[in-house]
Write a protein that binds this ligand. Structure first.
Ligand code: ADP
Ligand code: MG
Length: 598
């Protein structure tokens, strides 16, 4: 019998491990900064040359290492951070795998110089491609200096994947930025080819964040402070005036560790739904503190991914912490309290208003005659397909409950161009986009209709088949009841196909098959039951948009004041469901400047 299997030599296993941990200069820097932070450093300096491809040097003032520890730190699975199995459940440090140093040293020309506080001299070890070449004493300040030169010199395949020095420098700056946000109490300095790239003094989170995302962002950041028995969620989040075109300024941390997580990101974006436009992303620094046993960071060697024990609880905690801040619309000119939905006796009036909104949305063109309503689904009188042009679709004829809030307190000047409402608030001129405002109100009212379970379903005369992925089919089965609750009727049709036989009446004319596919794909990705409600919201905002009148439309002053009142009773009053601003303020000072009165 021949022997086919051999145990690989350590230089090779280290290289294999390096394949996972060391992707590019930025990943080396991430690992080394983590080590410096774990060593208690308060000052970390990073120098790179050639985007880090030629040289990386990290100097810290942490506790340093003895000669024995320094030699051991280069062995695979050598760590000072955990000792026994159970430590894995209570990890408090950024590192714990004991892999970074040997991996980095195996794919570069590496040197480690370190001196423990109080030790008479330091130790310098040089390693080349994973082999120790030299160990000697050296004089140096307490702390550790690690130099990594010619990364991947012995891994030509990897070398080919490195990008230009500029691109690699960009990645390095990103890594330092996101790590620095997690530790504003630590000073960071980064130079690239001897030019200063970042200089971050010790400070607090708000200032650090402003330094990293741009000083102009500061006035648009709002403090977040949520805590319950399970999770603490703190940080800063931006209002609608500060957005980015990508997720680059969404910094999320679990127990101090930067992570990229679908569930967390989804929760953040859900909270912003209706506040900012689709395709726009907020600036967020979110710190989530969970009991260590509730989150597993040992998922991937780079530790960027995590698994939550209770994923949907975490999702909902994050979403509601953000919503609490956003709901109070702190960016409105005069901060006003969270909107009030009338309760108790006035609840009836509110329900009527909901009914009025539902009716308004039905004033769209009638559905074609070839889709008759089957006898078992009676058509409520209000849904008869007559085209009607309501003066102001969401405002009921009944008297309004008195509400006090920013918008109802405005004094109305009039309407401009049949599209904008002009008002005065103190010395401010307030301009309101009536379409955006009514859309916002209609959306909120539809949401209520949904919560009270009064969504109407319409049977399709010709049921449609919808092709899905297998996991989406499983998702459809799992959420079958919830989907039925909003009017979708789905049945398995063999393989990865389902049959769509009924849809919510309000979307019957709007390619329901496409819609259900979107909904299932989103549900499938997240997989929490809370996600269902979130998907629902996007559906509602689409309906709302179509349910209100577009373009110019004259309004009577009574209708204007009703609209203003409804706005105060609406969450997130400062933007329409698509995030377009609802109102804009011109101050007296600004006007005086225009007329050169100052
Ligand atoms: P891990 O961080 O997962 O323990 P590493 O390979 O990154 O594994 O580091 C191995 C060990 O070397 C660490 O556990 C730590 O004791 C020591 N070490 C690494 N970098 C430093 C540093 N900058 N200062 C002090 N000790 C360090
Ligand atoms: Mg480490």
């Amino acid at each position: 019998m021949s022997q086919r299997i051999t145990i690989l030599p350590e230089t090779l296993t280290n290289k294999i491990a390096a394949g996972e941990v060391v992707e590019r200069p930025a990943s080396v820097i991430k690992e080394l900064i983590e080590n410096s932070l774990d060593a208690g450093a308060t000052d970390i300096s990073v120098e790179i040359a050639g985007g880090g491809r030629r040289r990386i040097r990290i100097t810290d003032n942490g506790h340093g290492m003895s000669r024995e520890d320094a030699l051991l730190s280069l062995e695979r699975h050598a760590t000072s951070k955990i000792r026994v199995d159970s430590d894995l459940d209570t990890i408090q440090t950024l590192g714990f795998r004991g892999e970074a140093l040997p991996s980095i040293a195996s794919v570069s020309r590496f040197s480690l110089a370190t001196r423990e506080t109080g030790a008479p001299e330091g130790t310098e070890i040089t390693v080349e491609g994973g082999r120790v070449r030299d160990v000697r004493a050296c004089g140096m300040a307490a702390g550790t200096v690690i130099t990594v030169e010619q990364i991947f010199f012995n891994l030509p395949a990897r070398l080919k994947f490195m990008k230009s020095a500029e691109t690699e420098t960009g990645h390095v700056a990103d890594v330092i930025a996101r790590m620095s946000v997690s530790r504003p109490d630590v000073a960071f300095l980064c130079t690239s080819d001897e030019r200063e790239l970042l200089r971050l003094q010790r400070s607090d989170l708000q200032r650090r964040l402003a330094q990293v995302v741009g000083r102009e962002s500061s006035p648009h950041l709002y403090r977040l402070h949520g805590k319950d028995d399970y999770a603490a969620i703190t940080g800063f989040i931006s209002g609608p005036a500060l957005v980015r075109s990508g997720t680059q300024a969404i910094y999320t941390y679990i127990n101090g560790r930067f992570i990229r997580d679908k569930v967390v990101q989804h929760a953040v974006m859900q909270a912003y739904r209706g506040v900012i436009d689709r395709g726009r992303y907020p600036v967020v620094a979110l710190f989530i503190e969970l009991p260590p046993g509730e989150v597993d960071v040992n998922v991937h060697p780079t530790k960027h991914e995590v698994r939550f024990r209770r994923q949907s609880v975490v999702h909902d905690a994050i979403q509601s912490a953000l919503e609490e801040v956003l709901r109070s619309s702190p960016w409105l000119p005069e901060a006003h309290s969270a909107p009030t939905i009338p309760s108790g006796a006035t609840g009836q009036v509110y329900r009527e208003r909901i009914a009025a909104a539902a009716q308004a949305s039905l004033s769209l063109p009638p559905r074609p005659q070839y889709r008759p309503q089957p006898a078992d689904q009676p058509v409520p009188a209000s849904t008869s397909p007559t085209v009607r042009e309501p003066a102001c679709p969401f405002v009921p004829e009944e008297p309004q409950p008195e509400s006090s809030g920013y918008f109802s307190a405005l004094s109305i000047i009039g309407q401009f161009h049949s599209e904008y409402i002009l008002c005065q608030s103190g010395s401010d001129l307030v301009i309101i986009d009536q379409h955006a405002a009514s859309e916002r109100v209609a959306y909120q009212l539809l949401k209520q209709q949904c919560r009270s379970g009064s969504v109407e379903s319409q049977r399709l005369l010709f049921p449609e088949t919808v092709e899905l992925s297998f996991s989406e089919v499983a998702t459809a089965a799992r959420f079958n009841e919830a989907l039925a609750g909003i009017g979708f009727e789905l049945e398995p049709f063999g393989g990865a196909t389902v049959m769509l036989s009924a849809v919510p009446r309000l979307v019957a004319e709007k390619e329901p098959a496409l819609l259900i596919r979107d909904i299932l794909a989103e549900l499938d990705q997240i997989g929490t039951s809370s996600a269902f409600n979130d998907v629902l919201e996007s559906l509602l905002s689409r309906i709302a948009c179509h349910s209100v009148i577009r373009g110019a439309h004259p309004l009577e002053s009574r209708q204007i004041s009703q609209l203003l009142q409804s706005m105060d009773q609406t969450d997130f009053a400062a933007s329409c469901p698509h995030g377009r601003p609802v109102s804009h303020v011109i101050t007296l000072a600004e006007l005086q400047k225009i007329f050169k009165r100052t």
